[in-house]
Design a protein around this ligand. Structure first.
Ligand code: NAI
Length: 339
């Protein structure tokens, strides 16, 4: 033990080791939005977060002032919409979560958001690559199938890309798949963990029910799969033009962030589904893919294969790969043409 540590009292030592273990700065870009606000609230309640930096093009200092009154240990700071404030918000971040961008309205697909969100994510990725090149970056902004490749291309262009540290957040698909099967089977939804692979939009979302020992047949199976793939539409419709899933997404984003923090703080066997650069279907030209991923201190530790599939699931996967390839190429092309 160092001299300095010996000189500390027991209480101080406890405080010292706790803060050393939990010294994690998390930055939220788009923190004043429908997802950003409840996500920031949940992160404020997480004892693994020591600093919470909230950035948005509007209202972030207000959200930070509000959340900052909560009596948990972390410090919260809100940042104005300037490049220098953005840089400061990002500096020293271990995790950067990006829910900035516009959400869907009824009748829109996630791909319809591309034109607006692609440039928002590109610009925020540039700022992140400059100010926090070693951070783990979590992309929530849709279309995730394209915004993750956009972020990767920006990081590559700045020479700081690490595929182990870039994640598309697909947790909500698993949350929904688990909830929906529990409604059919009368089980406790919190005990369910349905594997969902592929991407994060419509036909690219592939639930693998058989791996949890369930077998639905015919119309029941079709309607379950459809509900998992298009569950987001239920929320978009119900909100009648005022946005898409925000509260359930905030929960899902907070859960994924918590898993990354657990893994970086030494916990083993932390496994989450997430959309990452993946070798699984690279030979078919699909360079990013969501499957269960074991997380470690440096991010991606091990990408799990999809496992055994039924013929029906294989059919869903084939359709997914076709769409996904196009979504990924669209993101890559966007950065090439609009650097
Ligand atoms: P929202 O419109 O309520 O909030 C977006 C926030 O981003 C706003 O506060 C806005 O000011 C901010 N923003 C816009 N441009 C910005 C920039 N350049 N820098 C910083 N902040 C900026 O939208 P909501 O409902 O929070 O959704 C955000 C995104 O998340 C959408 O693209 C939506 O499609 C996506 N989403 C993703 C899900 C997933 O499972 N990955 C689930 C649900 C939504």
């Amino acid at each position: 033990m160092s001299f300095a540590r010996q000189m500390l009292g027991a209480t101080q030592r406890r405080a010292f080791s706790a803060s050393a273990r939990q010294a994690s700065k998390v930055t939220v870009l788009g923190a004043a939005g429908g997802i950003g606000q409840p996500l920031s609230l949940l992160l404020k309640l997480n004892p693994r977060v020591s600093k919470l930096a909230l950035y948005d093009i509007r209202l972030a200092p207000g959200v930070a002032a509000d959340i900052g009154h909560i009596n948990t240990k972390s410090e919260v700071k809100g940042y104005d919409a300037t490049q220098s404030a953005l840089h400061e918000a990002l500096e020293g971040a271990e995790i950067v979560v990006i829910p900035a961008g516009v959400p869907r309205k009824p009748g829109m697909t996630r791909d319809d958001l591309f034109n607006t969100n692609a440039s928002i994510v590109r610009d925020l990725a540039k700022a992140t690559a400059d100010a926090a090149p070693n951070a783990k970056v979590l992309i929530i902004s849709n279309p995730v199938n394209s915004t993750v490749p956009i972020t990767a291309e920006v990081f590559k262009s700045k020479g700081v890309y690490d595929p182990k540290k870039l994640f598309g957040v697909t947790t909500l698909d698993v949350v929904r798949a688990s909830r929906f099967i529990s409604e059919l089977k009368g089980t406790d939804p919190s005990d369910e963990k349905i594997t969902v692979v592929g991407g994060h939009s419509g036909a690219t979302i592939v639930p693998l029910l058989s791996q949890s020992g369930y077998s639905l047949e015919g119309e029941k199976l079709d309607s379950y799969v459809h509900r998992v793939q298009f569950g987001g539409d239920e929320v978009v419709q119900a909100k009648g033009g005022a946005g898409s899933a925000t509260l359930s997404m905030a929960m899902a984003g907070a859960r994924f962030t918590e898993s990354l923090l657990k893994a970086s703080q030494g916990e083993k066997n932390v496994i989450e589904p997430t959309f990452v650069e993946s070798h699984l279907y690279k030979d078919q030209g699909v360079t990013y893919f969501a499957s269960n991923v074991e997380l470690g201190p440096n991010g991606v530790e091990k990408i799990h294969p999809v496992g055994k599939l039924t013929a029906h699931e294989q059919g869903l996967l084939d359709a997914c790969l076709k769409d996904l390839k196009g979504n990924i190429e669209k993101g890559v092309k966007f950065v090439k043409e609009n650097p």
